[in-house]
Design a binder for this molecule. Structure first.
Ligand code: ADP
Length: 275
């Protein structure tokens, strides 16, 4: 019977197709696992001696040195730290791509965290003679539930970039409420700079992996083009949004919106610190 044969062939080819698909999926999963394990092992193997290099450079910096020796050692330490952050980025990206990056959910003082992040970055801004300012609107809740480590990571990246790509002027961080209810708050973090800006035809590519708005940017400013890719993926995991507006030659504005749950069980004080 012709009809029977044709249905049978159809089913067989469908089954074969499914088997092939399953095999391909398993192969892809297996290679992803191998890649993750390789990256984790390599990072560990690189980090251990690297931390020794950074640690001993630090020790040497505490001894009496002439200006030239000090400058060389500082370059050495900086390079080590850059290498360390590249390793962290590659590891984070690999975890994000295999859905293994864990998000914390704890209660923390948001104001305190913001001052902490900006204070860290202030050192870098001072080195370049840039002003770095933080404005927190009074309506921003103090104690919230969320992931303070990932929030710092995002902000350190955005503020770090703003400082890196600004040669004179200022970097400003403004924090205000976008939506508010009894339990939830959607918060906007605006990071603006008076830096080099981004050309309009490259603005859509800055969140893509290994993308730098200008091919010569990496040579002048350093960087791997992974920071914003990771930021975008973490923001998505946190159910937030991130956008950028920029005028080439004038500066850039990154707008980050993140939802938080308010922690009303503790009454923590609003901190205000001198930066
Ligand atoms: P990296 O800074 O390591 O190159 P990122 O992913 O953080 O990588 O950024 C990608 C690119 O986006 C940068 O190389 C730069 O061209 C552009 N960029 C990011 N932030 C800014 C900024 N604040 N001002 C100007 N250009 C920026």
């Amino acid at each position: 019977n012709n009809t029977y044969i044709s249905i049978g062939t159809d089913i067989t080819s469908k089954i074969n197709e499914q088997i092939e698909l399953k095999k391909a999926k398993e192969t892809a999963e297996a290679s992803l696992k191998v890649k993750d394990e390789f990256l984790a092992n390599m990072s560990h193997e690189i980090r251990t001696p690297l931390n020794a290099v950074i640690g001993f450079t630090d020790l040497l910096l505490e001894t009496s040195l002439n200006a030239e020796q000090r400058a060389h050692l500082e370059t050495m330490k900086n390079s080590g730290e850059i290498l360390n952050s590249i390793i962290s980025n590659v590891l984070d990206l690999s975890k994000l791509d295999s859905n293994k990056l864990e998000i914390e959910y704890i209660s923390f003082n948001l104001h305190k965290k913001l001052y902490e992040v900006v204070k860290l970055m202030k050192i870098r801004a001072d080195e370049k003679n840039l002003s770095l300012q933080l404005f927190i609107n009074t309506d921003i809740p103090t104690q919230v539930f969320g992931d303070p480590t990932r929030l710092s990571q995002i902000l350190l990246n955005l503020i770090g970039n703003a400082i890196k790509f600004t040669n004179e002027g200022s970097v400003t961080v403004k924090v205000h409420l976008v939506e508010d209810s009894d339990k939830k708050a959607k918060i906007n973090f605006e990071i603006s700079d008076t830096g080099i800006g981004i050309v309009s035809n490259k603005i859509n590519t800055v969140f893509g992996a290994f993308n730098q708005a200008k091919s010569d940017t990496s040579r002048i400013y350093g960087g791997t083009g992974l920071g914003l890719t990771i930021v975008k993926k973490i923001v998505k995991l946190l159910k937030g949004t991130i956008e950028v507006e920029s005028t080439f030659g004038k500066g850039s504005v990154f707008n980050l919106n993140l939802p938080f749950e308010k922690d009303t069980s503790t009454t923590s004080k609003v901190v205000e610190e001198v930066l």
